[in-house]
Design a protein around this ligand. Structure first.
Ligand SMILES: Nc1ncnc2c1ncn2[C@@H]1O[C@H](COP(=O)(O)OP(=O)(O)OP(=O)(O)O)[C@@H](O)[C@H]1O
Length: 678
């Protein structure tokens, strides 16, 4: 039972037996009639006086007339509109005679009604179309045929009758279908859109280490002892920028302002590690009191180990101490490396800490001897990975630990740090140790929302994405970035191939690459730990290849040993999961094989970036099944690859190994069964 009954006023026919449909038609016709009369009245008035005499009074009168007419009974209106029509015809004798005009309007009205009836039956929603277009062609004749064009002049004739005329002074909505939709282009923040350009071509843009001012003789000597005579482009750009931000010493940046945070997006193997190790050691080596002033956070133990080794190597000969928090040792052992109690006072035993997020958070929360109140540099390597995996919200815990009010005198000291707010005279008066963030990645996200999480202060971006390869510009020159080719960096010396294959032939292909094409040492990536293990077992059973697996199936010590043997050339084929994809710096990798095609472009970039490092050349092959080809190639091309070639391996070149391969598959099935039972 309907709760509310709404009775619509339908005029005199209210109680008649007319059907709903025709009632609404009749109502519609009436409304149109009224609209027509109103327009006629307004036209009549308008044509009676020259425009300049029309005053507010007229407008009010017109409005009043409109109002009255809407309340006036029907028969009066009809008479008025006929009278108005007569006035118009006597006044402007060049108009068509009234009867014909009336006839025309009637025809138009009935034509409209017919059309509406037809549309009603077709179910399409009906717009209430007044049938005497004011600005249409007919409207032009009524007003004596002015010269100006109206919008119906430009519409195709069949549309003129359809076009809804605008009542005087109103805009008729609609017509969206013929407006082209404007494409929205993402507008990057200024600092992202106009980075400082880093050249991709390392060999063509080396800068002698003596050209970089501000480096101590000790560091220069250490670089030369390590065989480094020239800085790579990313180092030549970033090292001076970091040194400049610490020119006034540790306390505050130039002019009292906080130094700008720095983001670096440069290809894999372009030397980003030294780009932060050298300036941080240079700035901290003059320190007097040992406190944790530099913290480098990396995603994996291996990377933390690798960076800690580089820091320790260049801190040798200085009083700086480097400590790693990555779970290689027990929590207690790490705790004793960080600080000690002497005479009832806490003394820090570390200047530079290299950590993985998990262990770092543990020490912040459970180790009272670990203080970050003097932290000056926060280095986030593989920054895009660290942003994505902000587990345990490690960054907010670091920032909280940095600005945590100290106890006792520390809380009162003029060096007490307050979280940066707006830059005002007051916020700058006590000299404070600023916290400067340094971000590094070969696939740094350009997504402002993601970067927002890092709370960067007036960030400055150094990027090689915009640079043209092998230009003849002077080494340290910065070009205004040309059009961005793609959104990722590819090492200059890398050649990429894809190999069409079938699932069953993939193991034979990798054996063919080693035994026939002699491409070893090969770093081979699979998409899972199990696939890496199975392939490792199969290659070992096939024989003739020194192979090893590298995944979380191995203990950290076993992984470290495997990396070392691979680097020493004792292993021809290292079968790895993506644990070794990011940042791992293994000298001498000639060839990377994506045994399983990577699902994400960042994974691809970091995998192939294990070769062609430090300006050397390298090869990258990706085995592709038929169904993967189209999407993979599209992904790589969109990322801005300089070019990927098709490498076909003929089935006959695999023929000689098939018999042995079949036998190996049998043995493999037994080995896997044994493992499962163990
Ligand atoms: N100026 C230099 N001269 C010669 N070799 C260098 C120089 N700088 C770095 N290298 C070497 O280049 C290799 C790659 O350096 P590094 O690991 O810092 O690259 P990366 O940009 O961090 O790579 P990824 O993005 O993969 O982490 C290292 O073996 C390093 O010793």
């Amino acid at each position: 039972m309907s709760l509310f009954v709404v009775n619509r006023y339908l005029g005199e026919e209210e109680n008649g037996s007319i059907s709903k449909e025709s009632r609404s038609q009749a109502l519609l016709a009436k409304l149109q009639q009224k609209a027509k009369e109103k327009q006629r009245q307004s036209l009549t008035e308008e044509t009676q006086k020259p425009p300049k005499e029309r005053t507010q009074k007229d407008v009010k009168k017109k409005r009043k007339a409109d109002k009255d007419s809407s309340q006036e009974p029907e028969h009066n209106k009809k008479r008025k509109s006929e009278a108005a029509a007569v006035i118009v015809s006597e006044k402007d004798n060049h108009d068509e005679p009234v009867e014909e005009e009336e006839e025309k309007k009637k025809k138009q009205t009935s034509a409209n009604e017919k059309r509406k009836k037809k549309k009603d039956q077709s179910g399409i929603s009906v717009k209430s179309l007044p049938d005497t277009p004011v600005t249409g062609r007919a409207g032009l004749e009524e007003t004596g045929g002015g010269e100006e064009k109206t919008e119906t002049e430009n519409i195709a004739p069949e549309q003129t009758a359809e076009k809804t005329p605008a009542p005087t002074g109103f805009t008729v909505l609609g017509g969206f279908d013929n407006k082209p939709v404007q494409k929205v282009h993402r507008v990057l923040p200024q600092w992202l859109a106009q980075p400082d350009v880093i050249h991709r071509d390392i060999k063509g843009h080396l800068v002698n280490i003596s050209e970089i001012h501000g480096l101590s003789a000790l560091l220069v000597k250490k670089l030369q002892n390590n065989g480094i005579q020239n800085f790579f482009p990313v180092q030549a750009e970033v090292i001076p920028a970091v040194l400049e931000s610490a020119q006034q010493g540790l306390l505050i940046g130039r002019g009292g302002y906080k130094p700008r945070d720095i983001c670096v997006s440069a290809p894999t193997g372009s030397g980003k590690t030294l780009a932060f190790v050298i300036p941080v050691i240079q700035v901290l080596m003059e320190r007097v009191v040992c406190e944790v002033r530099a913290l480098a956070v990396l995603p994996t133990k291996e990377l933390a180990q690798q960076v800690c080794k580089v820091f320790a190597s260049y801190a040798e000969g200085t009083s700086l101490k480097v400590v790693m928090l990555a779970g290689q040792k027990s929590f207690a052992a790490e705790q004793s490396c960080l600080s000690e109690l002497r005479g009832g006072m806490r003394r820090s035993l570390a200047d530079i800490v290299v950590a993985t997020p998990g262990r770092l958070v543990d020490h912040i929360n459970k180790n009272s001897g670990f203080s970050l109140e003097h932290l000056r540099f926060l280095i986030i390597d593989e920054a895009d990975r660290m942003i994505d995996s902000m587990h345990q919200s490690w960054l907010s815990q670091v920032v909280k630990a940095v600005y945590r009010p100290g106890s006792g005198q520390e809380a009162m000291s003029i060096f007490r740090r307050a979280e940066p707010a707006h830059v005002t005279a007051a916020s700058l008066s006590p000299p404070q140790m600023p916290l400067q963030k340094l971000l590094f990645s070969a696939t740094l996200t350009q997504n402002p929302e993601k970067l927002q999480q890092l709370g960067l202060h007036q960030p400055r971006l150094f990027s090689s994405i915009h640079s043209q390869s092998s230009t003849s510009a002077p080494p340290a020159a910065r070009q205004t970035p040309p059009h961005t080719q793609g959104c990722f960096n590819f090492p200059e010396g890398l050649t990429e191939y894809y190999v069409p294959c079938t699932l069953s032939k993939k193991p034979l292909l990798i054996l063919h690459f080693i035994l026939r094409m002699k491409l070893s040492p090969i770093l081979c990536f699979t998409n899972s730990r199990e696939a890496a293990h199975r392939l490792f077992l199969l290659v070992r059973l096939f024989g003739g290849v020194q192979a090893a697996e590298f995944s979380s199936r191995l203990s950290p010590a076993e992984r470290k040993k495997t990396l070392k043997e691979f680097e020493q050339g004792k292993i021809q084929l290292m079968i790895s999961t993506d644990a070794a994809a990011r940042g791992i710096d293994i000298n001498g990798v000639k060839c990377v094989v994506n045994y399983d095609a990577p699902q994400y472009i960042r994974t691809y970039i970091h995998r192939i970036g294990r070769t062609a490092r430090a300006g050397k050349t390298g090869l990258a092959f990706t085995f592709l099944l038929g169904v993967q080809e189209k999407n993979f190639l599209q992904m790589v091309v969109e990322a801005g690859t300089p070019g990927i070639q098709k490498q076909i391996v003929k089935p006959e070149s695999l023929k000689g190994m098939e018999a042995r391969y079949e036998q190996t598959l049998q043995e493999l099935a037994n080995v896997i069964k044994d493992e499962k039972t163990r």
